[in-house]
Design a protein around this ligand. Sequence first.
Ligand code: ADP
Ligand code: MG
Length: 297
Amino acid sequence: ATPTALLTGTGRGAQLGILIKGADVLEDTRRVDTIVLDKTGTVTTGRLTVEKVDADDGDRVLRLAAAVEHASEHPIARALAGTRPRPAPVEQFVSAPGGGVRGLVLEPFSEQGGAGHMVVVGREDWLRRSGVDVDEDARERLAVAEGDGATAVLVAVDGQVAGIITLRDAVQPGAAEAVGRLRRLGLTPVLLTGDNEHAARRVAECVGIEPERVHAGVSPAEKVAVIERLQHEGATVAMAGDGVNDAAALAQADLGLAMSTGTDVAVEAADITLMSHHLGKVADAVHLSRRTLGTIR
Ligand code: ADP
Ligand code: MG
C-alpha cells in the first residue's frame, strides 16, 4: 500500500474509534491468523452482578469484601465495591493480579489501632499464599458455585474462609456474530481467562469457540506463555483484552488490541486501542487494516 493509503487508513480508523499506533501496525494485521480473546470485558460485558453469597453471615462477608475491593480496578472488584457506597477504611491493601486482593478492614465498631479484620478475597491459591487454610469443605462449595458457569470468589476473614460469593457476567450482545466475522477474516479464535473452566466454557459455547481452544484458570504470566506457545507452533497472534492484568500478554502478541478505557499500561502495550467495549470493533479493526492494504475490498 502507498504511504497515502496507510495514512488514510489510520485517519479512517480514528473516525471509527480505532486508534492505530503508526502506519506499520496495519502491515502487521495482514499476517495475523489467530485472535486470542480475553474473556472478561472483551467477550463478556465485564459488568458482573452478585448472584449469591454462601456464608453464615452473608451480609458481613459482602460488606467486608466490598471494603477491600474498593481499591481495585478489576471487574469483580467493581461489582463487589458497588454494593457498598460507603465502605469501611482499609489498611495494608495488597492486590495480586489474577489472584485477588487483601487488606485490613477497620470497621467503625472495631477499636482504634491494631484492630480490624484481615480480609482476603479471590482464588484459592491467593488465599493460601495469604496464609488462609482452604479446607475440603470450602473447596467443594467453591466447585458447586462454579459448577454452572458462574464466577466465584472465596472470602476469608482473619485466616478462616468465611464465605463464597458467586457473580455472573453476560456475554456481550453481538459477540457470536463478531467471532463469526473474525473467522471469515481468516482468524482462529482462542479464549483466554484467569476465571474458572466452567465459566470459560460457557462463554466459549455461546460465541462458538471450540473447547480445545479455551485456556482457563491461567495467571497473567501463563497468559504470556500461552501466546508464546501459539507463536512457537507457527501462529501469528493478535490479542484483544481490556488491560486489567493483560498488558504483558498484549505486548507478547504480534498485534495487541486494547479495548477502551483499558488502563494506561494496556494502551501503552497495545498496537491498536479501540474506543469501545464491543468485540465487533476488533473485527472492524482487522477489516479496516486489510481494506487499507488492499487485500480485501
Ligand atoms: P480474567 O482473565 O477473567 O480477566 P483475571 O486474570 O483478572 O481474570 O483474574 C483471574 C481470577 O482471579 C478471577 O476470576 C478471580 O477469581 C481472581 N481475581 C482477580 N482479581 C480479583 C479481585 N480484585 N478480587 C477477587 N478476585 C480476583
Ligand atoms: Mg482481564
